[in-house]
Design a protein. Structure first.
Ligand SMILES: Nc1c(NC[C@H](O)[C@H](O)[C@H](O)CO)[nH]c(=O)[nH]c1=O
Ligand SMILES: CC(=O)[C@@H](O)COP(=O)(O)O
Length: 158
């Protein structure tokens, strides 16, 4: 790699940051574990508990609506959406996944703050358990780290 390339710097310092989390209640065993992982990681990175705000919604379809309100409030440095969409017998899985993915992506691309996508989309419960800290890694914790990293990158890009 050419040594003259300029790389924007970022870091994982969460001190002083205010983070909002929207979490779906559908598949609550999985999503509460995602939430726990996200909150624990945020605190480990220096975000104070009183600076973490959580809103629960019925399902993943409702996540972008709450995330937008978090963004529009201008009270937060980042927003994380957490959910677990698990395939059933009908195409409803695709409807929900498409809606939450496109809605969250639009907010992330158009908003002034990072909006982080932490919605599991799995074929079965075991796959969800394996990605929510119940039987393996925790995507909620991963999203928390991404949120802090992106806030600090955006500060460099300002
Ligand atoms: N099947 C799952 C859903 N379905 C519910 C929708 O997200 C939504 O709440 C409903 O259609 C009313 O608007 N939600 C999940 O989060 N996960 C699922 O597996
Ligand atoms: C993702 C869903 O909406 C799904 O869990 C619903 O199950 P089904 O397709 O069997 O109604």
């Amino acid at each position: 790699m050419n040594a003259n390339v300029n790389f924007y710097k970022t870091n994982l310092n969460g001190k002083g940051l205010k983070v909002a989390i929207a979490v779906a209640e559908f598949n609550t065993t999985v999503t509460e574990s995602l939430l726990s992982g996200a909150v624990s990681k945020l605190e480990a990175l220096g975000v104070l508990a009183q600076d973490i705000s959580v809103a629960r919604v019925p399902g993943a379809f409702e996540l972008p609506g709450v995330a937008k309100r978090f963004v529009d409030s201008q009270k937060f440095d980042a927003v994380i959406v957490l959910g677990a969409v698990i395939r059933g017998e009908t195409p409803h899985f695709d409807c929900v996944v498409n809606a939450v993915t496109s809605g969250t992506a639009a907010l992330a691309a158009n908003g002034k703050i990072p909006v982080i996508f932490g919605v599991l989309t799995t074929d079965n419960v075991d796959q969800a358990m394996a990605r929510s800290g119940l039987k393996g890694g925790n995507k909620g914790a991963d999203c928390a780290e991404t949120a802090v990293e992106m806030v600090n990158l955006y500060k460099e890009l300002a």
